[in-house]
Design a protein. Structure first.
Ligand SMILES: Cc1cc2nc3c(=O)[nH]c(=O)nc-3n(C[C@H](O)[C@H](O)[C@H](O)COP(=O)(O)OP(=O)(O)OC[C@H]3O[C@@H](n4cnc5c(N)ncnc54)[C@H](O)[C@@H]3O)c2cc1C
Length: 396
């Protein structure tokens, strides 16, 4: 019988690994807890190191239709709205890194991966399979599901996100620490976006104790609007809890009127408490490994969590194709990926401090701070190592 790989979790990371394995002709099953596979109504930015993976998987024609290529990124001051250029994207990203920086509705990116898998191996996706634990022996791994049934595989990949059951079963309980930051998110239809908010760039409003990010998604028909604020009284780590616009607005009291216009116009405001986890000393044990948020969840301030999951999935499939369906392949994958992913975790935490610096309370201090912190060479140092990485050729 052909060796089989089981992936627990059908998010962006799990589906990327599945599609890449299918392309190598390796048998794979994806077990997803949800009864239906769909992503949240939220945006995700995918830098060139991530779009490189999507194009390598043959998804170019699909993502070109639904993704948005913005011309660049800007920084704006929370109070006055003063604007500084952060970096050029658009053609510059393609020229410099070979691939575009793209903004997606998460549902569109997820659907691109899912449709490709369903076209090639529709039987690979198993829904309503909530993993409760994994146990391994010399011959393979058993996965136990909530409804009592189980599955068997030669290798198991835990792609089950920040509250990973595979991680829990393999490495024990983790120690999430509340960061003191709460994230708000919502979408605004293009026709309701206030004048004064640009639709052709990605924008980061920065201020003392908070920041706001917005960018266009779904071919430019929607604006993704996210606000992050230091606040101690909300600690639920879930993407699906609704808040109210009044509470959202209250968190951004005294911010620029344009921010309040946007808050009034978001469809549904959702809130999520951000937790940090210390870097894991190992991701793999025997026949089980982890990828994406299951082993390196990070704050969203570098916009690299999903990008790292894309890179992980692609490199893991290459490693298995190279070394076989054996635990040795998992060790090679981990050695290729762990340091880079952990660097992105710490880079995201550093950016949190930078985006929320108290020096920005007053416009005069802000001018000096922004000019110093977002100098071209400093920005390059923070992002170049991310954007230039090539998951399709990186040594494994
Ligand atoms: C506010 C915010 C903004 C962000 N913006 C960006 C951005 O712009 N760019 C970027 O690159 N990243 C961004 N991220 C990070 C990004 O969302 C995550 O890093 C990414 O979704 C991780 O993908 P994943 O596949 O590892 O996990 P997930 O997307 O969490 O997928 C996990 C999957 O596993 C399933 N699952 C969970 N438990 C089980 C179980 N027990 N059994 C079976 N299935 C299970 C879930 O239902 C889900 O389908 C952002 C995060 C936040 C909070």
């Amino acid at each position: 019988m052909q060796d089989r790989i089981a992936i627990v979790g059908g998010g962006i990371g799990g589906l990327t690994a599945a599609l890449a394995l299918i392309r190598h002709g390796i048998a794979v099953d994806v077990y997803e807890q949800a009864p239906e596979l769909k992503e949240l109504g939220a945006g995700v930015q995918i830098s060139s190191n991530g779009t490189r993976v999507l194009y390598a998987l043959g998804l170019g024609p699909t993502i070109d239709k639904v993704g948005v290529i913005v011309s660049g990124k800007e920084i704006r001051l929370w109070s006055t709205g003063q604007t500084w250029k952060l970096f050029d994207l658009g053609a510059v990203s393609v020229e410099r890194y070979g691939f575009p920086y793209m903004m997606f509705h998460r549902g569109d990116l997820h659907a691109a991966l899912l449709d490709a898998i369903r076209r090639e191996k529709p039987e690979a996706i198993h829904l309503s399979r909530k993993c409760m634990g994994v146990t391994q022996d010399d011959a393979g791994v058993s996965i136990q599901f909530e409804q009592g049934e189980s599955a068997r595989a030669d290798l198991v990949i835990g792609a089950d996100g920040v509250q990973s059951r595979v991680r829990l079963a393999t490495f024990g309980a983790d120690q999430p620490e509340f960061t003191g930051i709460v994230a708000w998110r919502g979408l605004i239809p293009r026709e309701n976006v206030p004048a004064g908010i640009k639709l052709d760039v990605g924008t980061n409003w920065v201020g003392p104790g908070g920041h706001v990010v917005h960018y266009p998604v779904r071919g430019g028909s929607l604006l993704n609007f996210v606000g992050l604020l230091e606040r101690d009284d909300w600690r639920v780590e879930s993407w699906t809890v609704q808040g109210t616009k009044d509470e959202f607005a209250n968190d951004f009291k005294n911010w620029n009127p344009l921010i309040h216009e946007c808050i009034r116009r978001v469809d549904v405001p959702y809130k999520w408490a951000l937790f940090a986890r210390p870097p894991m000393p190992a991701w793999s044990k025997g026949r089980v490994t982890l990828l994406g948020d299951a082993c390196h969840s990070m704050l969203p301030m570098l916009a690299q969590g999903a990008v790292m999951a894309l890179e992980d999935g692609y490199v893991l499939a290459r490693s298995i194709a190279m070394y076989g369906v054996k635990s040795e392949a998992l060790q090679h994958y981990e050695a290729a990926r762990r340091e880079r992913a952990n660097r992105a975790v710490s880079g995201s935490a550093e950016n949190a401090k930078r985006f929320h610096n108290p020096d920005m309370a007053h416009a005069a201090g802000a001018e000096a701070y922004v000019t110093r912190e977002w100098q071209e060479d400093k920005v390059k140092q923070r992002y170049e190592w991310l954007f230039t990485y090539d998951a399709t050729t990186a040594p494994v």
